[in-house]
Design a protein around this ligand. Structure first.
Ligand code: ATP
Ligand code: MG
Length: 261
């Protein structure tokens, strides 16, 4: 079975009438791992939120297609059902819903009615995935993300990723807040998903994640656009030299603060 293709074409996104994304082009296919890097505030998380349909992010022009289907026409839950998954930079806490119940209903939402995962199978899979991620089993019965430490939240996002097996996973700074051992465990979980049917978009600031998960492509986002793409060597150069050389190469000026008249 071939993987899915997520195509983002000339995407423009505004928040409160301020344009944040100014024409993003990016294609992620099943089997490919893409890293997106770029300075703070350049729109990386905005891109992730727009793909998932966060209501605050208004798509003013351009398109997002998943296997040719118009993602922008889909409701948020339909996007997840279609196989898109976002591990958020700041996962939300949901009080009153246990981690385990949340996961099970998310899995079932992607299955046909009458074809729900059996409780036994679900528990077995969750146990195995939690073991793989070296998670404390009592995390399953706690409310989703409530009181989870920063690193526990990130590990839990990967638990969701492993259990939901989306076609395209978008991981927004999955490495932030992880200790060195946790970074290895989380990377192991992500690498386990590598297959021809899984495409991954990893937003990160640091080479340290890419030491464990080698990307096929690296993209640099600046001022709301993908301004440069390359292979893993591009991330290494960024780690060594920062972003100034790209600004010089492309003649990008520093963002000037807009003056109110
Ligand atoms: N909900 C929001 N309300 C107002 N402004 C927002 C909102 N979300 C994003 N922005 C603004 O959009 C710009 C891009 O933000 P975004 O979070 O996409 O950046 P980023 O590239 O992910 O940065 P970082 O590397 O710091 O995570 C920023 O100037 C930010 O303040
Ligand atoms: Mg961000």
């Amino acid at each position: 079975m071939a993987g899915s293709t997520l195509e983002i074409k000339d995407l423009h996104v505004s928040i409160d009438d301020k344009e944040i994304l100014k024409g993003v082009n990016l294609t992620v296919k099943g089997g490919e791992f893409h890293a997106v890097m770029g300075p703070n505030g350049t729109g990386k998380s905005t891109l992730a939120s727009a793909i998932m349909g966060h209501p605050k992010y208004e798509v003013t022009s351009g398109s997002i297609l998943l296997d040719g289907e118009d993602v922008l026409e889909m409701e948020v839950d339909e996007r997840a059902q279609a196989g898109l998954f976002l591990a958020m930079q700041y996962p939300s806490e949901i009080s009153g819903v246990t981690n385990s119940d949340f996961l099970r209903s998310s899995i079932n939402a992607r299955r046909e009615e009458g074809d729900e995962i059996s409780l036994m199978k679900f528990i077995k899979e969750m146990d195995a995935s939690m073991d793989y991620l070296e998670m404390d089993k009592n995390m399953a019965q706690r409310y989703l993300n409530e009181g989870f430490s920063g690193g526990e939240k990130k590990r839990n996002e990967i638990l969701q990723l492993m259990m939901l097996k989306p076609a395209i996973g978008i991981l927004d700074e999955i490495d932030s807040g992880l200790d060195i051992d946790a970074l290895k465990v989380v990377s192991k979980g992500i690498n386990k998903l590598r297959s021809e049917t899984f495409g991954c978009l990893m937003i990160t600031h640091y080479q340290r994640l890419l030491d464990y998960i080698t990307p096929d492509y690296v993209h640099v986002m600046m001022q709301g656009r993908v301004v440069k793409s390359g292979g893993p060597e591009l991330a290494q150069r960024l780690e060594a030299e920062g972003y100034d050389w790209i600004k010089k190469e492309l003649g990008i000026e520093e963002e000037t603060v807009e003056q109110n008249a």
